[in-house]
Design a protein around this ligand. Structure first.
Ligand SMILES: Cc1ncc(COP(=O)(O)O)c(C=O)c1O
Length: 383
């Protein structure tokens, strides 16, 4: 038996890269606030209505569940190193060639690989704010800096400030990130906006995580534009967030470079079979998308009628709402909803949303939305 050995060496924080020291892990603030156990308990609980993560409340096609059951027989084996079956299926779905597809363990993993492949310390990435926070964290751990250009606001809602984005591009700029539609504002990207930056010698990353809810894609443009990378996921429209599968659509040379920084076998064998089954059942996917779009319209109309709330039109499966109620701050409203077992995403002081408090509500099932509507009516009406 080896006796206890105590190391005399210490690892000072200076041991770690400065930009790793300066970065927080994802949801660090929430972990600090509630503690990891409580957060986990609420996250896993079936008792809460989850309207905070833009998940698909209908769940995947029953064919996905069958495929998963069958694939359990194969989990002692490594997945195919090329994932050719799934790559071909996705290429067919995205109307591109298999060479233009890159798989990832969720679109987050793709986004991480994109930045790791080309960002040098000190390089710069431009995004419109408000934006999806993990982008800022990943740019930072890669040693890059993000420049956040606030969106313009008017009575009609948000719009990208393309002129300011163009002004911000300099010799350090490696990429501009757009979201089509944007999270959390829900606004789609327009062709005019994109065309203004297309001729710049930088990468144009277009996150289309919510593409199926807006129906408009820029993927066909990769044919003539080597600098476009479209990132998509099966987490949202195909209801597979827990399985972690995303993909990029780009020119073959870009796909080749990005794939070099990715881990082999990052997508599990279970996920491969589930994803193929999901894409083979487009009838089911279209049906759930239609239900979500119908509910989005109904929820938007209901929220518009409530005093102290201003919902913004959305092309995704969530609605951003400004909380203008004189009695309720965003935190207060979110915590009162939590007391009624409904979780929404609150934003305060978020870059691009500094002018007030906002909540983002994912569109749930009809029953979930009914519960949310009556909870909000009772809170705001003072019942
Ligand atoms: C804009 C955007 N991109 C990417 C993701 C992450 O997707 P995935 O589950 O594929 O990692 C999300 C999730 O909410 C998102 O809102």
């Amino acid at each position: 038996m080896i006796g206890r050995v105590k190391s005399t060496g210490t690892i000072p924080s200076s041991f770690f890269k400065p930009y790793v020291r300066e970065t927080k892990r994802y949801m660090e603030d929430e972990v600090q606030k509630y503690g990891s156990r409580i957060l986990n308990m609420v996250w896993q609980s079936e008792d809460f209505i989850r309207l905070m993560g833009n998940e698909n409340p209908y769940g995947p096609s029953p064919k996905v569940i069958d495929a998963l059951k069958k694939a359990t027989q194969r989990i002692n084996k490594y997945p195919s190193p090329t994932y050719a079956d799934l790559v071909e299926k996705i290429a067919e779905y995205a109307s591109v060639e298999p060479e233009n597809i890159l798989l990832g363990a969720g679109s987050l993993e793709i986004m991480d690989a994109v930045f790791r492949a080309f960002l040098n310390p000190g390089d710069n990435v431009i995004l419109s704010a408000p934006t999806y926070k993990p982008y800022i964290l990943r740019i930072k751990v890669c040693g890059g800096n993000s420049t956040l250009i606030p969106m313009k606001k008017s009575e009609n809602g948000f719009s990208r400030d393309i002129e300011k984005i163009l002004e911000a591009i300099n010799s350090k700029t490696k990429a501009v990130v757009f979201m089509n539609p944007n999270n959390p504002t829900g606004i789609p990207l327009t062709r005019e906006e994109l065309e203004k930056v297309l001729d710049k010698p930088i990468l144009i990353v277009i996150d289309e995580a919510y593409y199926e809810f807006c129906g408009k894609t820029f993927a066909p443009l990769i044919e003539d534009n080597e600098n476009i990378v479209v990132i998509r996921t099966l987490s949202k429209a195909f209801a597979m967030a827990g399985l972690r599968i995303g993909y990029a659509i780009a020119d073959q040379s870009i796909v080749d470079y990005i794939s070099r920084v990715q881990l082999p076998f990052r997508v599990t064998e279970l996920t491969v079979h589930a994803a193929i089954a999901a894409l083979n059942d487009m009838k089911y996917a279209k049906e759930t998308i239609r239900k979500i779009l119908d509910e989005r319209e109904r929820l938007f109309n209901e929220l518009s009628k409530m005093e102290g709330l201003k919902p913004y039109p959305s092309a995704a499966n969530f609605i951003l709402v400004k909380v203008t109620h004189e009695k309720y701050s965003t935190e207060k409203l979110s915590s009162l909803l939590l007391g009624k077992r409904i979780i929404v995403r609150g934003f305060t002081g978020t870059p691009g949303l500094e002018d007030g408090g906002y909540i983002r509500i994912s569109v749930g099932t009809r029953e979930q939305n009914d519960k949310l509507i009556s909870a909000l009516k009772s809170i705001l009406g003072g019942d």
